[in-house]
Design a protein around this ligand. Structure first.
Ligand SMILES: *[C@@H]1O[C@H](CO)[C@@H](O)[C@H](O)[C@H]1NC(C)=O
Ligand SMILES: *[C@@H]1O[C@H](CO)[C@@H](O)[C@H](O)[C@H]1NC(C)=O
Length: 377
């Protein structure tokens, strides 16, 4: 009946291989970067649409009745932020642009209340569809950090999917990379309903712990405890999702375009796990305590010493009493190789406006280019 499918199925049965390409580069765009000073300013037209397959516009909020909330009317609407990002599809017709709702600062209360109320779920779905139509989005990315119940999350996702399916709109999520710590996820059900699951494989170590650590190690460190090796790295998180029943072709691994940064207690002790006084001051552009964007590392620490960790497959940099565990062109390429080995859908990036857009470290947008070069190999 389906002669073109049968040979593939037979081959799959023989080889045990699942067919699919690791070809997705999902670019989160932190839209508030338009107000950053100097070289940190990043507007929609600064996005190179040929280097992303998906752009997730961060963020919209939610009203208590379930409808979507515009968080920055001036930037998103008056200055045309939403429409200017979706207009990038004119340059890359294969590009998908999604609206991302929630995020780390959105909290969980409003999501909990919507997940418990069918009427609010319908309101959320209808409101999302109105946004898609008004601003030419292709779907919704739900970034609930973090669901309090598997059932509630599934109910919400199923309601959204049911409403989106007739229009062919995409539904994706961003999920915690340390699932044991929260309510947990019904992975097979999610894999069924969703188009993509973005596993946030970063923020593995606390900035207040008092010692230097990596933000997004690909593998565990040889000196880490067994528990850390089994829980606190990209590989452990991805294996958790795949072993839990996620279709690898629905899973995207997170790549961080920022690092975790510290002030060393003693500038002479600048290795991994060495004592720190405090998280480093916020960067002039990203304005987060204990963190710098890759753009800030490149612009403000050009003479820092870079050390690449062979076990964790990520670098750190020290410069006087400053220390950061982050990602560079080498480590992001290794992460794409890993995604290919696991037959994942691809990688996603948090977030593209902190790439080295002015080329202080080398080529402009060096990280995103390194990712694309590796994807295309
Ligand atoms: C592991 O710890 C030992 C002892 O502190 C140290 O000499 C070694 O460099 C560490 N190895 C790595 C890869 O961090
Ligand atoms: C980096 O080193 C160069 C050459 O020694 C020097 O001119 C420059 O001022 C240094 N930059 C910083 C930010 O320290």
């Amino acid at each position: 009946m389906f002669p073109r499918i049968i040979p593939l199925c037979l081959l799959a049965a023989i080889t045990g291989q699942v067919f699919g390409a690791t070809d997705k580069v999902i670019c989160y765009y932190a839209s508030w970067a338009v107000t950053r000073p100097g070289n940190g300013k990043f507007v929609p037209e600064d996005i190179n649409p040929s280097l992303c397959t998906h752009i997730n516009y961060a963020f919209a909020g939610l009203n208590t009745d379930g409808t979507l909330q515009i968080l920055d009317e001036e930037n998103d609407v008056n200055q045309g932020g939403f429409k200017r990002v979706s207009a990038l599809k004119e340059t890359n017709p294969n590009l998908k642009v999604l609206l991302s709702v929630g995020g780390a600062t959105a909290g969980t209360d409003v999501f909990v209340s919507i997940s418990q109320d069918a009427q609010k779920q319908q309101a959320m779905a209808q409101s999302a569809i109105e946004f898609f139509e008004t601003y030419d989005f292709d779907g919704l990315d739900v970034d609930w950090e973090y669901p309090n119940s598997k059932e509630g999350f599934n109910t919400l996702l199923s309601a959204l999917k049911g409403a989106f399916e007739p229009g062919g709109y995409l539904l994706t999520v961003a999920v915690n990379s340390i699932p044991g710590e929260v309510g947990g996820y019904d992975i097979p059900a999610m894999s069924n309903v969703l188009d993509l699951i973005n596993v946030m494989t970063y923020d593995f170590h606390a900035i207040f712990a008092g010692f230097t650590s990596e933000n997004s190690p690909l593998y565990g460190g040889v000196n880490e405890s067994d528990w850390q090796q089994e829980n606190r790295n990209c590989d452990a998180a991805i294996r958790y999702w795949l072993d839990g029943g996620a279709d690898p072709q629905k899973v995207a691994m997170g790549v961080a375009f920022y690092g975790h940064s510290f002030i060393l207690q003693n500038p002479s002790n600048h290795g991994l796990n060495d004592p720190t006084q405090a998280p480093s001051d916020p960067g002039p552009y990203t304005d987060n305590l204990g963190s710098l964007g890759y753009n800030e590392v490149c612009e403000f620490h050009p003479n820092g010493t870079v050390v690449f960790l062979d076990d964790m497959k990520v670098p750190y940099l020290y410069d006087g009493s400053f220390w950061i565990g982050y990602d560079n062109e080498e480590s992001v390429a290794l992460k794409v190789q890993y995604a290919k080995e696991k037959n994942l859908a691809g990688v996603f990036i948090w977030s593209i406006e902190t790439d080295d857009m002015h080329g202080f470290c080398g080529e402009e947008n060096g990280l995103l280019k390194a990712i694309n070069n590796e994807i295309k190999k």
